[in-house]
Ligand binder design. Structure first.
Ligand SMILES: Nc1ncnc2c1ncn2[C@@H]1O[C@H](COP(=O)(O)OP(=O)(O)O)[C@@H](O)[C@H]1O
Ligand SMILES: [Mg+2]
Length: 224
């Protein structure tokens, strides 16, 4: 569960972005966050992982209470995988090592790394690419490797910020099929501009405008 309780965040004190924001995302929900550039999508996701600190209120992430004094970021990273628009794979490490870093954060047993890495690479259709370096993969493949890294070790929550933003339509759909495959067992929150994808998925859609939730419903037919 991810629950925002009266969350306030102001980059500019005289003009808060979020003011007493309340929002509940239940386990195994699949949620899109949409809204124009500057609406607050990235900030909302960054608050959940404590990359940006909130000013007031709290975000409950399962048994953790993220408030302005929260400092157990490692424990959050053990629950949450994050997928970025620009992949953010470590360029000097191969795909196996990139995923291994994510398993180390979990203190996952080293003797099970091979099995787990093979398993997540299969989910994203990158079997056998363990020894490739990021720059030897296409953009779509790099994003799939990043998704494998984010879900490695059975993290129950997956957040993605514009995951198809750097990809062509064909690769974007492939990425979305993978999210679809992953949704049975985890909570997924995707911030996106891609209304074609949002409309085809018919899932819960939260629309932000200047830090306010202006609609929250299941379905399609969105434009920005
Ligand atoms: N680190 C920051 N410092 C100051 N202002 C920021 C920072 N991050 C975001 N903002 C502001 O917060 C608002 C929301 O930004 P953001 O969450 O990136 O929106 P989105 O992802 O929907 O495009 C924007 O007005 C942006 O300028
Ligand atoms: Mg953004």
């Amino acid at each position: 569960m991810i629950k925002f309780v009266n969350v306030t965040k102001a980059f500019d004190k005289s003009n808060p972005l979020f003011e007493n924001l309340n929002l509940e995302i239940k386990d195994n929900d699949f949620v899109f966050i949409i809204g124009k550039s500057g609406a607050g999508k990235t900030t909302l996701l960054s608050l959940i992982i404590n990359k940006i600190k909130l000013d007031d209120g709290q975000i409950i992430v399962d048994n953790l209470k993220v408030d302005k004094k929260f400092n157990k970021t490692d424990r959050l990273r053990q629950k949450i995988g994050f997928v970025f628009q620009d992949f953010k794979l470590l360029p000097a490490k191969n795909i196996y090592e990139n995923i291994a870093v994510s398993l180390q954060i979990l203190k996952f047993p080293r003797s099970e790394f091979d099995y787990e890495i093979k398993k997540v690479l299969k989910i994203v259709d990158l079997e056998g690419k363990e020894l490739y370096f990021p720059n030897q993969l296409s953009a779509g493949e790099q994003q799939r490797a990043a998704i494998a890294r984010a879900v490695a070790g059975n993290r129950p929550i997956l957040l993605a910020d514009e995951p198809t933003g750097n990809l062509d339509p064909e690769n974007s759909w492939k990425i979305m099929q993978i999210f679809s495959k992953l949704k049975a067992k985890r909570t997924i929150v995707i911030a996106t501009h891609n209304t074609d994808i949002v409309n085809s998925f018919q899932q819960r859609v939260i629309r932000l405008d200047q830090g306010k939730i202006i609609s929250d419903k299941v379905g399609g037919n969105y434009s920005l």
